[in-house]
Design a protein around this ligand. Structure first.
Ligand code: DGY
Length: 320
C-alpha cells in the first residue's frame, strides 16, 4: 500500500513533489493559518510521516493516534513543540533541520543587535513622522557595537556563526554553555565565562540556547538584575528562555537598557502586549531563519528525512 505523508502547512511544489515520489501527500492548504487540531488528529491516524512546523503542538495525545507513524520531521532546528518521550516510546524518529539555517539566523541575530544598539526603528519612525527638524549632537544617540563585549548564552552552531561576525566588529566574545568548548575557544578566540560572570560583564547578552526544561526562564529577575544597566538583551532562540514579565519590569525600571526580541512566550505576540509598548524594545515576528533560500533548504531537508525513512533507511538529522 502507498505510504502517506501529512504536511501541516502549504509548502512549495518542489518539496511536495519530492514527498510524492515516496508517498501520497495530504497537505494543510494554507500558509496563513496553522493546521487545525481536528485535521491533525484525523490525518495522523493512517500517516507514515508527518512534516510539522515549530508552531504545531505534536504532543503525546496526537502521537498516540499515529499508529503507523515512523517519522516526525520538524521544519525547524528547535523541537520544543514535540513530545520526544512519546515519540521515542512509540519508536518514531524525530528530525530537525540543523546547520542549513546557521548563517541566516546569525545574520538576523546580528542585525537585531545592531538595530537595537543604534535605535534604528526609532530613527526611521522619527524621520517618517516629520519630527526631524535639525541635526543635533546627541539626537538618537545609541550604543557602540564596535569593541563591546558580547555574551553568547548557548554556544552551538548558530553561536559560532554569530561569534565570527562579532570578530569583524572587534568585539570581545564571552560564551556560556553546558559544556565548555576549548576547540571553539581556540578557533574563534572566544572566552568561556560562568553564567553570572557573562551576565555581569557583557554589553550585549545574546540568547541562543534551545528551550528545554532546564533553560525555561533561564533569564529571569535575578539574571536581569546581574546585567549592566547599559546592557542590551537579544533573544533569537525561544521566547520562554526569558521570563517576559521580569524582562518588562527590568526594561521599564532601567535595570537593563534595551532588548531586541525575535521570539516570544506567546506567538504571535498580541500587539497590545506591554513589551511592545516600550520604546527600548525592538521586536520582530520570529524571522531568524527567514531567507527564501534557507527556508527552502529547511523544507527540503525535512522532506529528505522523510524520504530516507520511508525508503527504509535512517534519517539524516535525527534527534530520536
Ligand atoms: C528554528 O528553526 O527553530 C527557528 O526558530 C526558525 O527560525
Amino acid at each position: 500500500m502507498r505510504k502517506k505523508t501529512v504536511v501541516t502547512r502549504l509548502l512549495p511544489t518542489e518539496v511536495i513533489e519530492k514527498l510524492q515520489a515516496v508517498s501520497e501527500v495530504t497537505m494543510w492548504p494554507t500558509a496563513e493559518n496553522a493546521a487545525s487540531r481536528e485535521f491533525l488528529l484525523r490525518e495522523i491516524k493512517d500517516a507514515d510521516a508527518l512534516l510539522s512546523m515549530l508552531t504545531d503542538s505534536i504532543d503525546a495525545e496526537l502521537i498516540a493516534q499515529g499508529k503507523k507513524l515512523r517519522i516526525i520531521a520538524n521544519m525547524a532546528v528547535g523541537y520544543d513543540n514535540i513530545d520526544l518521550q512519546a515519540a521515542k516510546s512509540q519508536g518514531i524518529y524525530v528530525t530537525n533541520t540543523p546547520d542549513v539555517l546557521n548563517e541566516t539566523t546569525a545574520d538576523l541575530a546580528f542585525a537585531l543587535l545592531l538595530t537595537t544598539a543604534r535605535r534604528i526603528p526609532e530613527a526611521i519612525d522619527f524621520l517618517r513622522s516629520g519630527e526631524w527638524r535639525l541635526w543635533s549632537p546627541f539626537l538618537l544617540a545609541g550604543q557602540d557595537v564596535y569593541g563591546a563585549t558580547l555574551g553568547i548564552v548557548g554556544m552551538g552552531r548558530i553561536g559560532e556563526a554569530v561569534a565570527k561576525r562579532a570578530r569583524g566588529f572587534a568585539m570581545h566574545v564571552l560564551y556560556h554553555n553546558r559544556q565548555r568548548k576549548p576547540e571553539v575557544e581556540e578557533r574563534l578566540g572566544v572566552t568561556y565565562a560562568t553564567f553570572d560572570d557573562l551576565l555581569r560583564q557583557a554589553d550585549f547578552v545574546m540568547v541562543l540556547t534551545p528551550l528545554t526544561e532546564s533553560t525555561y526562564h533561564m533569564i529571569g529577575e535575578r539574571e536581569l538584575h546581574l546585567m549592566k544597566k547599559t546592557a542590551i538583551l537579544i533573544n533569537v532562540s525561544r521566547g520562554s528562555v526569558v521570563d517576559e514579565h521580569a524582562l518588562y519590569q527590568a526594561l521599564r525600571m532601567g535595570e537593563i537598557h534595551a532588548a531586541g526580541l525575535d521570539v516570544f512566550e506567546q506567538e504571535p505576540i498580541p500587539p497590545d502586549h506591554p513589551l511592545l509598548q516600550l520604546q527600548n524594545v525592538v521586536a520582530l515576528p520570529h524571522i531568524g531563519s527567514a531567507s527564501r533560500d534557507t527556508r527552502m533548504h529547511m523544507a527540503m531537508l525535512a522532506a529528505d528525512n522523510i524520504c530516507a525513512v520511508l525508503a527504509g533507511g535512517d534519517p539524516i538529522t535525527s534527534i530520536v
